[in-house]
Design a protein around this ligand. Structure first.
Ligand SMILES: *[C@@H]1O[C@H](CO)[C@@H](O)[C@H](O)[C@H]1NC(C)=O
Ligand SMILES: *[C@@H]1O[C@H](CO)[C@@H](O)[C@H](O)[C@H]1NC(C)=O
Length: 665
């Protein structure tokens, strides 16, 4: 009867959970993968000449590079390759401008954990540019990233080597606008400046903050540049990693066709093409790093249609198809997409240091033939767009150069506005407010933890029930044991309320770190990488260590001859004897070790918790120094408390329990 009710309840809960998960999943899939609908009129210039044809007109291109990470300690090839890039690739591609979106230098110490600005890294950066004379060949626009701000006390401090060694210097160290004027149009580039000022050392300098003054400037520029043919925003941080009023930010950015950024690299290879179209039509194009992947991006405006291709350094020939453009990245509110329907030629750019021997085109698997070279990198081949007027089609271009390299580039295009589904992972990374999600996880998991402990304690104290399931019984045992209960509660809640450590934040600022950022004298740096740490802390430390204490305590208490005030006392007295199968047999002197299955749970829990805390302490020591480690309630002190609790459990309680059993016998 009772059993049936419990089973019924469980089934109901299961069904509810599964339906909730299914709903969440389908919502997430729709939210992230459906290409946003365009509900405005078509672009006013879509049906107005000129149209893409066989002339070198209304076409220009530029390069985007990000996360160069020039380092004095690691991977000298990185700098060598960058030197070569500045010479060879710039000479071959001849971009009108180059955007370098931050993390120009690595600024990490030899141990790879600490961080500080090294002037030699900046000198190497400047030398590469000077040696190649890039500023004479192109317009080089470089901005700061978080690595370029590690340990910089303020933007105008002498440690801000960016101002001394970058091309833009002081004029690039805030939100600014650059207008590229060409005979056929004006193209605006607006920086989104979210660098922390003062800049703490790593790891607590990961998210960007868009300060009010910079946001206002951005909004102003966004309004002013509305009459350019196109506005391109760029900055170091993806919008998902910028702490800002998000409605205002997205309203400011929606006047541009795209936002170019770096910072997340390819997330350790997990998300190689981190590009997505936002709900408001903005294309957010994150570029993989130069640091390890040696990627750069060639982008072109052809008759105001934006195309781009991400290229690995050393790949030749580079092929960039500009008409028809890729269906995935169409922006109906900003681009005159109709022009593709009126176009007479397929157009693409081919770059190589050696002569191009052949360039052939296939559409939907059918060869169209060899393309004709027009001028510079432009190749064209006549086509009849009306043949492809509906649905998605595939275009593939293959080029061969005199050095024997062959390369193929292809994608899907459409002339009726059809678009494929977005890439789920890319969209998730770029369209989620990451600090907010981690805040929810952190606050949620701490609340669940505290509520669970409190309610278990209340239940356990109230009902003198005997629990069969070991986990519940163990947890009830834990919450009834005053010492462990209070200490685990304190350790769990502390990161939300107290300072984590005190330290020299930069060489000039003394301050303390809390969940809500750095508190300096008179100012707060609201960097919230703490949410990420705190969420991991709950999963890898707090949960496991609580479970470990519960299981071990249970093991001891199971063997105690009598225990007042506890729920398991009865079971300890009654059941353990019954289990021994012989009531008259004296209790053992030694407490049994954990059963095999429980060991498989308990010891990995202990290992995870200890490794995490030790890792945290090591990190703190290398990142912020011995003082920070010494005055770190969140790390070193917590570790000390846990070690003391472990000592108490294993040496004191266990011995007492053994003795108690011994007396009884
Ligand atoms: C740029 O905009 C002007 C004015 O709106 C327009 O006449 C011109 O054709 C545009 N340029 C291109 C390449 O479409
Ligand atoms: C219980 O104890 C008795 C007498 O001490 C002994 O003969 C018997 O074998 C024991 N039974 C078990 C199951 O240990």
């Amino acid at each position: 009867m009772n059993m049936a009710r419990v089973l019924g309840l469980c089934t109901l809960l299961l069904i509810l959970t599964v339906s909730l998960m299914a709903w969440l999943l389908s919502y997430a899939l729709d939210h992230y993968t459906l290409p946003p609908a365009h509900d405005g009129p078509p672009h006013p210039l879509g049906d107005v000449a000129p149209y893409p044809g066989d002339k070198m007109d209304n076409l220009w291109w530029f390069i985007h590079i990000s996360d160069i990470h020039i380092s004095r300690f690691r991977d000298p090839q990185r700098t060598t390759d960058f030197n070569k890039f500045c010479i060879e690739n710039i000479d071959v591609v001849k971009p009108e401008l180059v955007l370098a979106t931050g993390d120009l230098t690595d600024a990490k110490t030899l141990d790879n954990l600490g961080s500080r600005q090294y002037e030699v890294e900046w000198q190497a950066y400047k030398n590469a540019l000077d040696h190649a004379h890039v500023t004479e060949k192109t317009i080089w626009i470089d901005v700061r990233g978080n690595h370029d701000a590690f340990g910089v006390p303020s933007a105008d401090h002498k440690l801000n080597y960016y101002r001394k060694y970058s091309v833009l210097g002081e004029s690039g160290d805030h939100t600014f606008r650059y207008q590229h004027k060409l005979p056929f149009g004006t193209y605006s580039f607006v920086s989104v400046y979210a660098v922390l000022n003062p800049g703490p050392r790593r790891p607590f300098n990961f998210f960007g903050i868009l300060y009010e003054s910079e946001l206002q400037k951005l909004e102003e520029f966004s309004k002013e540049t509305r009459h350019s043919n196109h506005t391109v925003f760029f900055g170091h941080y993806p919008t998902s990693t910028i702490i800002a009023p998000h409605t205002r930010l997205s309203n400011a950015l929606k006047n541009g066709i795209s936002y170019l950024c770096g910072h997340l690299h390819s997330f350790g290879g997990l998300v190689p093409n981190m590009n997505a179209v936002h709900k408001n039509g903005l294309l957010e194009l994150e570029l993989e790093d130069w640091k390890q992947n040696r990627m750069y991006r060639v982008m072109a405006f052809d008759h105001d249609l934006l195309s781009f291709v991400d290229v690995k350094f050393g790949t030749w020939p580079v092929i960039l198809i500009t008409n028809p453009k890729r269906a995935r990245f169409m922006s109906p509110s900003h681009e005159p997409l109709q022009k593709m329907r009126h176009s007479t030629h397929i157009r693409f750019l081919v770059y190589s240091p050696s002569a191009i021997l052949s360039a052939t085109v296939e559409v939907d698997g059918k060869p169209l033939g060899s393309a004709k070279h027009v001028k510079g990198p432009l190749y064209v081949i006549p086509w009849d767009p009306s043949k492809y007027s509906s649905g998605l089609h595939v275009i593939e271009v293959t080029a061969k150069d005199a050095a024997g390299h062959t390369h193929m580039e292809g994608y899907r295009f459409s002339l009726d506005g059809s678009r494929p589904a977005q890439w789920l992972m890319s969209a998730m990374f770029l369209m989620t407010d990451i600090p907010f999600v981690f805040w929810v996880i952190t606050v949620g998991s701490v609340s669940v933890f505290v509520l669970a402990l409190l309610s278990l304690r209340w239940i356990a104290k109230k009902n003198n029930v005997r629990y069969r399931t070991s986990i519940i019984r163990s947890l009830c045992g834990l919450v009834c044991s005053e010492t462990y209960f209070y200490w685990l509660l304190i350790i769990g809640v502390y990161p939300l309320v107290g300072p984590w450590f005190v330290c020299m934040v930069t060489c000039e600022h003394f301050g303390m770190y809390t969940l809500y950022g750095f508190m300096l004298r008179g100012e707060i740096i609201g960097e919230t990488f703490s949410y990420v740490i705190c969420a991991l802390n709950m999963a890898l430390f707090q949960g496991p260590i609580t479970l470990y204490f519960a299981l071990q305590l249970d093991r001891i208490q199971q063997h105690l001859p009598h225990q007042s005030s506890s729920v398991y006392s009865k079971s300890a007295n009654g059941k353990s004897k019954a289990k021994n199968g012989n009531a008259s047999k004296p209790l053992q002197h030694h407490i049994q070790p954990l059963g095999f299955v429980w060991s498989l749970i308990a010891y990995p829990c202990l290992l995870s918790a200890m490794l995490w805390m030790i890792w945290e302490c090591i990190n703190l020591y290398y990142c912020y120094g011995a003082v920070a480690l010494l005055f770190s309630p969140k790390s070193a002190w917590t570790l000390a408390v846990v070690i003391w609790l472990l000592y108490r459990l294993h040496w004191i309680e266990l011995r007492q329990a053994s003795k108690a059993n011994g007396y009884k016998s």
